[in-house]
Design a binder for this molecule. Structure first.
Ligand code: ASP
Length: 417
């Protein structure tokens, strides 16, 4: 079993690597039918999209079915509340730590100093409309659950699924049939995830190859310091914060954790979407890291929507970048505001490509920095988005493992295997 899974990990990694190499080679080819029609918009697009759409196809039914199951089998509303409070607490704390780390890096390394502005291609920034936090909260309750599912509104689906699960557990024996049905559906959908994942190595290849064949390397040059600094921040967070939490709370080897979780990180990297990664994350967290469905089916989809440490790191560093480029002094008070708004912004950021850079407008507005700054970063954002999404979903898996351990719902033998 574990041998088979290992081989999927290696295959996905090989797909990713080959995609990178193929993308860079194709980028250097002259424009024409071979490069544009046959490769970029032909083969790469076909392979990537079949996989991406296949995995997206499973997100809504999977989140709903597995969360109904998980909630129904917890059965104890008090425990549900405790897990909920702990999860939100964990997500908010790690995100705040991520912003602080980014601010420290931005303060000392100064990504916006010495930037040649004339070399940057400025893109018209997309500004996020200001949504009051109260509205974000009440809109979590769907007025129409079918519309929530059709629109893929994760938070609304989560609320409806939890209520359904609670209802089933209160009804008890009367809802036996429904519970059995959901257990069966859950087995089915997990099987579908396995089937779609067979295609992951090729899909990841196509997605990464297409991105790197079309990305503007020349655009990246003047922003290299910024891009590298975000990646340094992401790596520090993954190694020290997540590694420390895993070691401290679960005594699991972080290395083993990352080895098992790599396929999910590769899917996140190549799709730049936390939502699209939910099926793979759930599968690995339950079947390889040993977390129970009760916990994982709640923490993983919730985390994909509200927990974005990678995005927070990007936002913290971007704030310094923009302040330095436009000659603003960052005061201590401004930094505190950034910690607060970037943490809140991450809750409102959807788990889809490019959402984080749009939400950056909210953070900039809170400290009076120029919104045009976003336009400087948009041209290269995909490169940063891939890395931060991989960290976003890793945070969800770390939280799941920690909470499952605390609740006595972590199969340690499986986790350490
Ligand atoms: N792409 C990220 C995600 O799906 C969100 C972002 O743009 O930062 O997690």
């Amino acid at each position: 079993m574990s041998k088979k899974k290992m081989s999927l990990t290696s295959k996905v990694l090989i797909g990713l690597l080959l995609g990178l190499i193929a993308g860079i080679i194709v980028y250097s080819l002259p424009s024409g039918i071979l490069k544009d029609t046959i490769l970029i918009n032909g083969i790469f697009q076909l392979l990537g999209q079949i996989f991406l759409r296949g995995i997206m196809m499973l997100v809504v039914p999977l989140v709903f079915i597995s969360l109904v199951n998980g909630t129904a089998s917890i059965g104890d509303i008090k425990k549900l509340g405790r897990v909920g409070v702990k999860t939100i607490g964990f997500y908010l704390t790690t995100t705040a730590i991520a912003v602080m780390l980014a601010l420290i890096l931005g303060y000392f390394i100064k990504p916006g100093v010495g930037v040649d502005l004339s070399a940057i291609e400025v893109v018209e920034p997309t500004i996020n409309p200001r949504i009051p936090i109260v509205q974000i909260l009440y809109e979590m309750v769907p007025t129409n659950p079918i519309a929530a599912m059709a629109g893929g509104n994760m938070l609304q689906i989560i609320v409806f699924a939890i209520l359904t699960g609670i209802g089933i557990s209160i009804l008890g024996p009367k809802a036996d049939f429904i519970q059995k049905l959901f257990v069966g559906l859950n087995d089915l959908i997990m099987k579908l995830v396995e089937i779609v994942m067979i295609f992951a190595p090729v899909g990841v290849f196509g997605l990464v190859a297409r991105t790197f064949a079309t990305v503007g390397y020349t655009l990246m040059v003047p922003l290299m310091k910024y891009i590298l600094l975000v990646y340094v921040g992401l790596i520090i967070h993954a190694v020290f914060v997540y590694g420390g939490l895993l070691k401290g709370f679960t005594n699991l080897s972080p290395l083993k954790f990352y080895k098992k979780f790599l396929p999910a990180m590769s899917v996140a990297f190549s799709t730049a979407s936390s939502n699209a990664t939910v099926p793979v994350s759930l599968e690995i967290v339950e079947k390889e890291l040993g977390a129970s469905k009760n916990i994982a089916s709640f923490t993983i989809p919730l985390g994909a929507t509200v927990n974005m440490d990678g995005t927070a790191i990007m936002q913290g560093i971007s704030v310094f970048f923009i302040a330095q480029v436009y000659g603003y002094e960052m005061t201590f008070g401004m930094m505190l505001t950034v910690i607060l708004t970037a943490t809140l912004a991450s809750i409102g950021t959807a788990g889809v490509p490019g959402a984080g850079i749009i939400m950056l407008s909210m953070v900039l507005q809170s400290v009076g920095l120029p919104l045009e700054g976003i336009g400087l970063l948009m041209g290269i954002d995909r490169i940063v988005d891939m890395g931060r999404t991989a960290i976003n979903i890793t945070g969800d898996a770390v939280c799941t493992t920690v909470i499952a351990k605390q609740e006595g719902e972590l199969d340690l033998e499986l986790a350490q295997s």
